[in-house]
Design a protein around this ligand. Sequence first.
Ligand code: SF4
Ligand code: SF4
Length: 357
Amino acid sequence: MTDQPRMPIESGVPDHFQYMHPLLMKNYGHWAWHDRPRPGVLHHVAHSGDEVWTVKAGTQRQLDVGTIRKLCDIADQYAEGHVRFTIRSNIEFMVSNAKKVKPLIEALTKEGFPVGGTGNSVTMIAHTQGWLHCDIPASDASGVVKSLMDELHDEFVNEDMPNRVHITTSCCQINCGGQGDIAINIQHTKPPKINHDLVANVCERPSVVARCPVAAIRPAMVNGKPSLEVDEKKCICCGACFPPCPPMQINDPDHSKLAIWVGGKNSNARSKPMFHKLVAAGIPNNPPRWPEVATIVKKILRVYKQDAKDWERVGDWVERIGWPRFFELTELPFTKFHIDNWRGARVSLNASTHIRF
Ligand code: SF4
Ligand code: SF4
């Protein structure tokens, strides 16, 4: 034992330079130009004349130790021992010689890791954390993403969409749900079911009341015990009360559904960033393959590919042809629930901790 005090373990993002491919480090910030020799391969040329080829591959998202070892073995044998993960959890291998690209692609393909996801492809779906890391998911996210990407394999390995397509999934609708050209989000459709025996022991009732965005929760005495009640006419089934109060169960195998939103984008290239809009709701949450979702997503992609002009993102395309034409082409039913321009949101949603009853 030493006399040194026990120091806190610092966690957080480590310095990435220590893991960087030496050529990337040497030429950091000094790249002259780049191109894409084929789908899944980027080629960067530095002002110094150095060249780097990056091979991008898709994985099954949540990686077991065996798969990580396999990927590392491929990096050691066919690349130059360095990898990096992209924000969409693709894995990239860097090599300094064009001759190494083909054997690397062959090794990855043989082991079942498709090479693609660059340029005008459908790149890997960005997903939220699901069962593994979160307390409120209504579905797994990573598992169904893998299943959905199995269906979109050709769109991933080829670059034949009008522009890049970013798809996102989200296992609840209130927290880390993403914007995307196509976004697939869970929606609860029934108010929470309250287990009144547990509320007093488990929940801090004022915090739960304050959490509701439409002030639908009130303190109540039920069977002589302090509990809560929900005004079901006001409840918008958002699920925000469940994390601070698990006895307010809102997940339901039949009533937690999926919705698909279209036309969002974060980038401001060529047009402004856009919010996505609801195009399909009430789709069964049917893991692990989500066949009903896959059918609709593939239909939207097929129509987008046929009808959009070169370089139009999904949102740009819909803006040009108009929403009525979008519903006509995709044969998705249009209902009154699709019309929400958020004009009333300022008064109907609770934007502060001030409660309005
Ligand atoms: S989307 Fe919701 S359930 Fe999924 S990880 Fe984020 S907060 Fe958790
Ligand atoms: S927090 Fe959401 S789900 Fe819970 S009662 Fe309020 S509106 Fe309904």
